[in-house]
Design a protein around this ligand. Structure first.
Ligand SMILES: CC(C)(COP(=O)(O)OP(=O)(O)OC[C@H]1O[C@@H](n2cnc3c(N)ncnc32)[C@H](O)[C@@H]1OP(=O)(O)O)[C@@H](O)C(=O)NCCC(=O)NCCS
Length: 347
C-alpha cells in the first residue's frame, strides 16, 4: 500500500554494529602511534609543503607533548587502533572565564568508513566528557578539522555543540615579498601600554567562540581578551605584541606567536598572527593592514618561512584584511564546546 514519503522517512538508523573499545593510551606505545599516524587522512599543517613523513613526525611529537602526564585514551574499532584523544584542564581559562574549563587537546581518528570514524569519534568524545566530569570541569573546548564531518558528528553525538568556525590563511614569506610599510608605523608594546591595550581588547571582539557561547557569564569573553593581551605584553604567552598608534595613543595591536615544534619536524619555521584588534574609532584607515605586514615581517626576521593567521568564518572584515595583505586560504576548522547540564556553565 502506498504511504506518503513522510511516513517512510527518516529511514531506520543502521544498527551500531561497530564496537568501539576505549582504553588508556600510554605514551610508550609507539606501535599504536605509528599505526594511527599512517592511517590519518588529515594531518595538522598538511596545507604546508612538507613530506608525509615530516607531517606524521610533527603530529606524533605534538601528541606526545600533549599526552605526557595528561589523561589520554585510544579507541579500537574492528581490531585496530583507530583513534586517540587527550584531555587537558586549563588553569588560565578557568581563572579568566570563572568556570572550571578544559580542552580536548588532541582528537584524531584514522581513515576508514565514515560510519566507523563517527563511532570512534563519539566513543572518544564521550570518554573526554567523563574525564572532564571526573576533574570537575564544566566547560570543554575542542577544535576539529572541517574536512572530517564524521568526526565532528561523533563529538556532537556526545553532547558537544558548534561555537565557531575558523579559516586559517597563510603566506610563504620566502617566496612572496611584503608590501612596504612606513618605518615606525608599528612598534613593540611596552608595559605602559597595558591599560590602553586591555581597553581595546575588552571592547573589540564580537565574532569569537567566547562571545558566542551562551554558557559563559556576561563580560567573561571581554575579560579573557583583556587578560590575554596583558599576558602577551608581559611575555607570558606568544613572542611579542606590535602596536599601531593614532594621535600618540595605541589604536590597535597584534599579538604574535611561533610554533616551536615546526622548525625541527617540518624543516621550516611557522609564525602566527595570534590576535588583532583596531579600536572602533580608528577602523578603515589601514591600521590592520600595517599591523599585519609589520607582524609578518617580524616573524620572518625571527626565521619563520610561513606566517599563518586564523579568523572566524563570520569575520568578513578580518578575512578581507588578510586577503588584501596577500594571505591565502589554507585550512578550515570547527570549534565545539561541551558544557555540563545544570552546572554553573550550562545554557
Ligand atoms: C578586522 C579589523 C582588525 C580591521 O581593522 P582595520 O584597521 O579597520 O582594517 P584596515 O583599515 O587595515 O583594512 C584593510 C583592508 O581590509 C578590508 N576591510 C577592512 N575592514 C573591512 C570591512 N569591515 N568590510 C570589508 N572589508 C574590510 C578592506 O579591503 C580594507 O582596505 P580599504 O579600506 O582600502 O578598502 C577591525 O575591524 C577589528 O578590530 N575588528 C574587531 C576585532 C576582530 O575581529 N579581530 C580579528 C580577530 S580574528
Amino acid at each position: 500500500m502506498w504511504s506518503p514519503p513522510c511516513a517512510r522517512w527518516p529511514r531506520p538508523a543502521p544498527g551500531e554494529a561497530v564496537n568501539a573499545a576505549v582504553t588508556r593510551f600510554d605514551t610508550g606505545d609507539h606501535e599504536a602511534l605509528d599505526a594511527l599516524a599512517g592511517s590519518l587522512s588529515v594531518l595538522p599543517r598538511d596545507c604546508l609543503p612538507a613530506s608525509r613523513d615530516r607531517l606524521e613526525a610533527y603530529w606524533k611529537r605534538s601528541v606526545l607533548a600533549a599526552a605526557g602526564g595528561a589523561p589520554a585514551v585510544r579507541v579500537e574499532t574492528g581490531g585496530g587502533v583507530t583513534g586517540l584523544a587527550v584531555y587537558r584542564h586549563l588553569d588560565w581559562d578557568t581563572d579568566v572565564l570563572g568556570i572550571p574549563a578544559g580542552r580536548v587537546s588532541v582528537a584524531a581518528v584514522g581513515g576508514g568508513p565514515a560510519r566507523e570514524r563517527r563511532i570512534a569519534a563519539r566513543a572518544l568524545a564521550a570518554r573526554m566528557v567523563e574525564t572532564a566530569r571526573e576533574m570537575g570541569d564544566v566547560h570543554v573546548s575542542v577544535r576539529l578539522d572541517a574536512r572530517e564531518p564524521p568526526v565532528i558528528q561523533g563529538f556532537e553525538g556526545a553532547g558537544f555543540e558548534t561555537v565557531d568556525a575558523i579559516l586559517t590563511l597563510i603566506r610563504d614569506l620566502d617566496r612572496e615579498g611584503l608590501d612596504p610599510v612606513e618605518e615606525g608605523a608599528a612598534r613593540d608594546a611596552v608595559e605602559a601600554d597595558i591599560p590602553a591595550l586591555r581597553s581595546l581588547a575588552a571592547s573589540g571582539f564580537v565574532y569569537d567562540r567566547f562571545h558566542n557561547d551562551p554558557t559563559l557569564g556576561a563580560g567573561a569573553a571581554d575579560a579573557l581578551h583583556a587578560a590575554w593581551v596583558e599576558n602577551a605584553v608581559r611575555g607570558n604567552t606568544g613572542c611579542g605584541v606590535l602596536v599601531a598608534e593614532s594621535g600618540g595613543a595605541p589604536a590597535g595591536f597584534f599579538i604574535l606567536g611561533e610554533d616551536s615544534a615546526a622548525r625541527d619536524t617540518l624543516g621550516f619555521g611557522v609564525g602566527t598572527l595570534v590576535l588583532i584588534t583596531v579600536g572602533a574609532a580608528y577602523r578603515r584607515r589601514g591600521l590592520a593592514h600595517v599591523l599585519s605586514v609589520a607582524s609578518a615581517r617580524r616573524l620572518h626576521d625571527r626565521g619563520n618561512r610561513f606566517v599563518e593567521v586564523g579568523t572566524q568564518l563570520a569575520n568578513v572584515p578580518a578575512s578581507a584584511v588578510y586577503l588584501a595583505s596577500g594571505f591565502r586560504l589554507a585550512s578550515t576548522g570547527v570549534s565545539l564546546r561541551w558544557a555540563a547540564a545544570g552546572g554553573e556553565g550550562s545554557a
